[in-house]
Design a protein around this ligand. Structure first.
Ligand SMILES: O=c1ccn([C@@H]2O[C@H](COP(=O)(O)O)[C@@H](O)[C@H]2O)c(=O)[nH]1
Length: 268
């Protein structure tokens, strides 16, 4: 099963389109061992409410070798739980380097996972990522319109729409009715534009970061979804992992709350 098929199947079976972000910050813990234990506990406890899990690579890289070991543990635990993994790394570079990134994050132990990709170096640099994702049953999520306020500095003036058109072109080879291997990142903080991006990206899964801590609300996200409530993943990281300090039960309640709010607004 491909990443797109796996999240869609999980969305239908578990009635969830929530992506749980795991962004462990060392200053919230006594030490790395404490961070590791809490992160794995949150993963396991919130998994029934998640369509996928999204580790932000920066937080693991910041911990050095211990972070890389924890990332491997998080990915292995997610696999055991049947939870698709979306690696948020926003990689992108000239072709030969892009190929190495694709091999590192979409191949080997990460085959079948998804990776966020930055298209700033040009569309030809997406090719190694698309190829690796297609061959390994994974996916990429290309930045179209990010959730942060400063995105307009570079992503305005039709740039987001040009990236969206390229994603649609890349997915065109895949069967109609199924989501292709190339998804799009569209911030949940742009509720007024979600329907338009949904229409521009007919075969793309949308990743909607910004739920919770960045102010986006589940009630405003209906436009990003296809009929039946598939096609998008609303993502919350701090709003789940640190819903109330380090209380894991609070993380579960927050995940369950986002799940229920999304289902209610979609009527599914
Ligand atoms: O446009 C984007 C793309 C990625 N992110 C990442 O998502 C999480 C958001 O964390 P919250 O705690 O839910 O705000 C974080 O890892 C970002 O790097 C994003 O916010 N916006």
């Amino acid at each position: 099963m491909t990443f797109a098929q796996a999240v869609t199947e999980r969305t239908r079976r578990l009635r969830t389109r929530l992506c749980v972000g795991l962004d462990p910050r060392l200053d919230a813990y006594r030490n790395v061992a404490h961070l590791r234990e809490h992160t794995l506990d949150v993963l396991e406890a919130t998994a029934p409410h998640a369509a996928c899990v999204k580790p932000q690579l920066a937080f693991y890289e910041a911990l050095g070798l211990a972070g890389m070991a924890l990332l491997a543990e998080v990915c292995a635990a997610a696999r055991t739980l049947g939870l698709p993994v979306l690696l948020d790394g926003k990689r992108g570079d000239i072709g030969s380097t892009a190929q190495a990134y694709a091999q590192a994050w979409l191949g080997g132990p990460h085959a079948g996972s998804a990776l966020t990709v930055n298209p700033f170096l040009g569309f030809e640099t997406l090719a190694p990522f698309v190829q690796a994702a297609s061959e390994q049953g994974g996916a990429i999520f290309v930045l179209v319109k990010t959730s942060n306020p400063g995105q307009a500095d570079l992503q305005g003036g039709g740039v987001s729409e040009r990236v969206a058109a390229e994603i649609t072109r890349l997915n065109a080879e895949h069967p109609a009715g199924a989501y292709g291997p190339v998804g799009a990142v569209v911030g949940a903080t742009h509720p007024g534009e979600l329907s338009s991006f949904r229409a521009q990206l007919p075969r793309a899964l949308l990743l909607l970061p910004g739920l919770g801590a960045q102010g986006a609300r589940a009630a405003d996200l209906a436009g990003a979804f296809d009929e039946g409530g598939t096609g998008a993943l609303a993502s919350a990281s701090r709003g789940v992992q640190y819903a109330s300090g380090l209380d894991v039960q609070a993380s579960v309640l927050a995940a369950r709350g986002f799940q229920d709010e999304l289902n209610a607004v979609l009527g599914v």
